[in-house]
Design a protein around this ligand. Structure first.
Ligand SMILES: Cc1ncc(COP(=O)(O)O)c(C=O)c1O
Length: 412
C-alpha cells in the first residue's frame, strides 16, 4: 500500500497558522502522535512491562514529551541537557533511560542522582561509572551491545563493525562481572544497530542476537537479566511508493523470538523516536521566488538549517503545495533555501504543480530528527513549533530572534 498523504489541516487552517506564527513553522498533529503511540503499545501488549523510552533527541520539545508521557512513554536521553530537561519536567527516574557514549563522569553522576537507568556504552566507562555510583543504590543498569560482524546496520547509523557504539560480548561479560558487585537491582542488555529500518525481519534478527548474548552473559557471569532494550530504528515511509512500517508483524516476530528462547520473564523496551512523532510533524514554508536558470528553482523561506535531512543524507521528504493538490503535476523544480551551500535543497527535480510566490508548501515527515537538528550557520534562525489539536494551534517553542543569536557574543 502506498503512503497516506492526508494532512491534518486544510489550506484555510494553514493560512491561519502561518499568519499567526509566521513561516517557516513546524506544526505537529497531537491526535496523530497519540494514535501512533497507542498503535505501538498495542503491538507490544504481549510483552512483560513493555515501554517505549522515546528518544528525546528526536523531538526535544517539552509539550510534545508531555503528550508522550500521557501515552505511557518513558524517555531515552543522550546528553546532560536532555537529562536536565527531564529534571525540569519532573520526570521520575524510573521513566528515564540514559544512553550516551563517550560520557563524562559528571553526567553519570547526574543520571544516578535522577535515578535513571544508566546504559553503559563501553568497558572503559565502567570504572568511571563505578566511581560515580560509589556505594549508592541504583535501580537499573544496562550495557550496550555491538554485534560487530554478526549483524548489518544501514547507511544512517553505519555498520556495527564500523560503529563507535556499544561493545562486543567479551567486553560485556567483563563489564557485568564488575557491575554485579555494585548496589544495582536490575540488569539489562541494549542494542540499537539500525536506523529508519522498514523491514520487520531486521528487528527479529536483532532480538534473536540479543537473546543469545543474554544467555551467554548470564551463564558466564552469574547475573540474571531483567530486561532487554531493542533501541529505536522502526522506520518511516518517507517515499510515496513505500508502505508504512508493519509494526504488527515486527512485534509478532519479536514475540515469537522471545517465546522460542523461553524468555517471557524479560521486560521488553524500545526507544523509538522517528516512528512515533516523525509522520506527525510538518514544516510549513512559503515560496518566495520562482527562479529560471538551467533548471527551475523555487526559493522558499525555510533553509537547510530548519531541516537538514535532505542536504545531509539526500533524504526524500514529500512536498505538498497547499491548495494545488488537484492541479496537474507538470513541472520539475529544485526546492531550495537561502544558505550559501549548494546542498541547501529540500528537493531536486521534484515534479510539482505550477507554484507561485506566496504558496504554502508543506514538507512532510518532519516530526523527528528535524527541528532538533537545526543550526545557525549563515546567521540563520530556528523556527517556532506549534502543536495542533482540533484545528487550534498552540505555540510550543518560540522562533529564535537575532537577540538569541547575539546572546553569547562579546562585542568589545
Ligand atoms: C541510542 C538511540 N536510541 C534511539 C534512537 C532513536 O532512533 P529513531 O528515532 O530512529 O527511532 C537513536 C537515534 O539516533 C539512538 O541513537
Amino acid at each position: 500500500m502506498k503512503k497516506d498523504l492526508t494532512l491534518p489541516f486544510d489550506l484555510r487552517t494553514a493560512q491561519r497558522l502561518t499568519e499567526k506564527f509566521g513561516t517557516p513553522v513546524y506544526v505537529y498533529d497531537e491526535e496523530g502522535i497519540r494514535a501512533q503511540s497507542k498503535k505501538l503499545y498495542k503491538a507490544f501488549d504481549w510483552a512483560k512491562g513493555y515501554r517505549n523510552f522515546f528518544a528525546v533527541k528526536a523531538t526535544p520539545t517539552p509539550a510534545i514529551l508531555r503528550v508522550l508521557q500521557e501515552e505511557g512513554m518513558g524517555f531515552d536521553c543522550s546528553s546532560r541537557a536532555e537529562l536536565l530537561m527531564m529534571d525540569r519536567m519532573r520526570i521520575p527516574g524510573r521513566d528515564i533511560f540514559y544512553t550516551s557514549n563517550n560520557t563524562p563522569k559528571e553526567d553519570f553522576e547526574l543520571a544516578i542522582k535522577l535515578g535513571a537507568t544508566v546504559n553503559i556504552d563501553d568497558f572503559a566507562q565502567i570504572p568511571v561509572f563505578m566511581e560515580a555510583l560509589g556505594s549508592k543504590h541504583l535501580g537499573s543498569v544496562a550495557a550496550r551491545y555491538n554485534p560487530g560482524g554478526k549483524h548489518t546496520g544501514n547507511s544512517i547509523i553505519g555498520h556495527p563493525k564500523d560503529a563507535k557504539f556499544g561493545m562486543g560480548v567479551e567486553s560485556l561479560i567483563e563489564s557485568f562481572s564488575y557491575l554485579k558487585k555494585c548496589n544495582i537491582q536490575r540488569f539489562g542488555l541494549h542494542a540499537m544497530v539500525a536506523s529508519n529500518e522498514l523491514n520487520p525481519r531486521y528487528f527479529e534478527d536483532t532480538v534473536k542476537l540479543i537473546l543469545s548474548e543474554v544467555k551467554e552473559i548470564e551463564e558466564r557471569t552469574g547475573i540474571e537479566f531483567s530486561f532487554i532494550n531493542l533501541g529505536g530504528g522502526f522506520g518511516l515511509n518517507y517515499k510515496t511508493d513505500q508502505a508504512e512500517f508493519d509494526i504488527a508483524t515486527a512485534a509478532e516476530l519479536i514475540r515469537i523470538a522471545v517465546l522460542s528462547a523461553g524468555r517471557e520473564d524479560l521486560e521488553v523496551y524500545t526507544e523509538n523516536g522517528r516512528y512515533v512523532t516523525g509522520p506527525h510533524g510538518y514544516l510549513l514554508t512559503k515560496a518566495r521566488y520562482i527562479m529560471r536558470k538551467d533548471k527551475t528553482y523555487i526559493g522558499v523561506d525555510a533553509s537547510m538549517h530548519n531541516l537538514m535531512r535532505p542536504g545531509m543524507y539526500g533524504a526524500y521528504h514529500h512536498i505538498t503545495v497547499l491548495g494545488r493538490e488537484d492541479e496537474p503535476v507538470t513541472r520539475s523544480y529544485d526546492v531550495v533555501g537561502s544558505l550559501c551551500e549548494n546542498n541547501d535543497k529540500f528537493a531536486i527535480d521534484r515534479e510539482l504543480p505550477w507554484v507561485q510566490p506566496g504558496d504554502i508548501m508543506v514538507i512532510h515527515d518532519a516530526g523527528a530528527h528535524a527541528h532538533a537538528m537545526g543550526f545557525n550557520y549563515n546567521g540563520m534562525l530556528r523556527s517556532a513549533e506549534v502543536l495542533l489539536n482540533n484545528g487550534e494551534g498552540r505555540r510550543i517553542r518560540k522562533a529564535e530572534t537575532v537577540d538569541d543569536y547575539f546572546r553569547n557574543l562579546i562585542w568589545e
